[in-house]
Design a protein around this ligand. Structure first.
Ligand code: ARG
Length: 573
């Protein structure tokens, strides 16, 4: 990987001037303007002052030192000092070509697996079941799954765990509804529909009548206490709840290694509270068992005065279980930003319990908004069901495809293609956003043929692939080498070689949008390559082959990149 390699050249040089070279390595970056070079660094400006040296002189010294390193000379054509002390670096054409050759002969496109794999638990999707999945579930599911795929590709041991909310008050409500208002025939026919009806009914009645609210709460308590009737009802309902979410996961092409819901930890909850007490971490306050944390007014409550355990208690039990079972290096929670406080407290308590050597991260995300900039709702004010959302995306994808005059989708692939385009649009719209921000849900934007959308990326891929259909050649049968004869080829090549960097960048702070931004850049550079450099009508056979090879590497980069985001490509569209 280019940047990493450049770092190895500058690391020792920087150490001559500072005891903390790592702090400065981050200043290595790509040149905004290729006129000046491919990469640049302004170490000298940053270091010059404190060393009492002129930055330009310092830069000259560094440049000279790097030029003495044979490995650097092999890679770099120029190491130049410019202006007040910038270092401009240009890569050698032959070096770039060699890397491209490596990449194209490798299924992993030249990206090595990490040398020190980590064990990472990814807690994602984690919906509260027995309620229909809705728009709010997209983010965790889609972002979590992209991180899962990328981390795994990079060679880490990743455990995707769907921490279902399968033990909450919604079950008390449904059980109450079942006992009083059930329609068994309806349940036989459409179990989830009936459960949803009962849930909504209970919700309404609860809101109107405090006694019913109490009754629902008691049903939850009974379930938690092991009451046989309620337990049996829970067991009766659960398979349908799981089937419901699995249908969504199948359509979204999302899988998990574990699906351990809150119910799984029920028996471990008393022990959590006991441990916290024994360690002197928990105290009683107004009858509730609480952990007070330094610098925080509100404590983490782990048991209510009526004996009930809470979300936090379950999360502590889950944490202990995961630590014992997997000894993970990191646990990532892909959860809505509104739970930030919960996770801050959870992690603080984890540290108090001695879990020091694990990276605990709340990978948080903002809200999905409607075009009116308020949380996305249907006209009737309901939150939008996920199934309906997916269906609509597919319907709209069909329209967009029909409008494309260059469309060349074979009849028998029409349905499958629309499915892939629609679902991809929905997923990518989420993945291309900075996850911290809220984003506006818009079918028109997500299915636009231009701009950073899945539709554009899929189209870009299909267009590259169509070159091979047109010339009837199979990329794997091309014999020849990649040579860079035009600046647009070089620009594309440089971008293709940044794939590994983009993947590393996207897991550094767990941001899949780094990868989507990278792929978009690849597609753009491909466009300008394609405008400037005739492929099938290149001036000679060697250049034609070289350009076809570049096309193929572009297609494979886009395909793999999209796959790691959980987005499928189509060959024709
Ligand atoms: N079920 C929770 C919700 O829907 C999310 C769970 C996230 N994971 C966790 N370990 N707390 O809000």
């Amino acid at each position: 990987m280019i940047l990493q390699r450049l770092e190895t050249f500058f690391q020792p040089v920087l150490s001559r001037y500072t005891s903390e070279p790592e702090k400065f390595l981050g200043m290595l970056s790509r040149c905004a303007d290729p006129k000046f070079g491919d990469y640049q660094a302004n170490f000298a400006m940053a270091l010059g002052k404190s060393l009492g040296k002129k930055p330009r002189e310092l830069a000259e010294e560094m440049a000279a030192a790097v030029r003495e390193n044979p490995a650097a000379v092999e890679m770099l054509e120029k190491v130049e000092v410019a202006g007040p002390g910038f270092l401009n670096l240009s890569l050698r054409g032959e070096w770039i070509q060699r890397q491209l050759e490596n990449a194209r002969r490798d299924d992993r496109l030249g990206i090595p697996a990490v040398s020190e794999p980590k064990t990472v638990i990814l807690d994602y999707s984690s919906p509260n079941v027995a309620k229909p999945m809705h728009v709010g579930h997209i983010r965790s599911t889609v972002i979590g799954n992209a991180l899962y795929r990328i981390l795994k590709f990079l060679g880490h041991r990743v455990i995707g765990d769907n921490h279902l909310g399968d033990w909450g008050t919604q079950f008390g409500m449904i059980i109450y509804g079942w006992k009083h208002f059930r329609d068994e025939a309806a349940f036989e026919k459409e179990p989830i529909l009936e459960l949803t009806r009962l849930y909504r009914l209970a919700r309404e009645k609860m809101d109107a009548d405090a006694e019913i609210a109490d009754a629902c709460r008691r049903e939850t308590e009974r379930l938690h206490a092991g009451d046989a009737e309620n337990r049996a009802l829970w067991e009766k309902f659960m398979p349908y709840c799981l089937e419901e979410i699995d249908r969504a996961y199948r359509r979204l092409d999302v899988t998990f290694d574990e699906t351990l819901g809150e119910s799984f930890y029920n028996d471990r909850l008393p022990q959590v509270v006991k441990t916290l007490r024994e360690k002197g971490l928990a105290t009683e306050s107004n009858g509730a068992v609480c952990v007070f944390l330094e610098g925080r007014e509100t404590p983490m409550i782990v048991q209510k005065s009526d004996g009930a355990y809470l979300y936090a208690t379950t999360d502590l039990a889950t944490l202990q279980y995961r630590m014992e079972k997997y000894q993970p290096d990191a646990i990532l929670y892909v959860v809505d930003h509104r739970q930030s406080e919960h996770f801050e407290m959870l992690f603080a308590v984890a540290r108090l319990l001695g879990m020091e050597n694990v990276e605990l991260r709340h990978v948080r995300f903002g809200t999905v908004l409607g075009e009116d900039r308020r949380p996305f709702k249907t006209r009737s004010g309901d939150t939008v069901g996920l199934e309906g959302l997916l269906d609509e995306a597919v319907e709209r994808a069909k329209k967009v495809l029909l409008e494309n005059e260059e469309r060349n989708i074979p009849e028998e692939l029409w349905e499958e293609t629309s499915q892939k385009i629609g679902i991809a649009a929905l997923k990518y719209a989420d993945l291309s956003q900075n996850r911290d921000s809220d984003y506006i849900f818009s079918y028109d934007k997500m299915l636009a043929m231009n701009g950073n959308t899945a539709t554009y990326m899929q189209y870009a891929y299909a267009r590259v692939r169509s070159i091979f259909t047109r010339c009837g050649q199979n990329p794997s049968e091309l014999s020849g080498e990649i040579q860079l004869t035009h600046p647009a080829e070089r620009a594309l090549a440089m971008e293709l070689l940044r794939f590994g960097e983009a993947l590393e960048g996207s897991v550094k702070d767990y941001r899949p949008n780094f990868l989507s931004a990278y792929l978009y850049e690849v597609a753009n550079r491909y466009s300008s390559f394609f405008e400037n450099c005739p492929v099938l009508r290149a001036e000679n056979e060697a250049i034609r082959t070289s350009r076809l090879l570049l096309c193929d590497l572009t297609a494979r980069t886009i395909r793999l990149g999209l796959e790691l985001l959980g987005i499928q490509v189509v060959e024709k569209m």
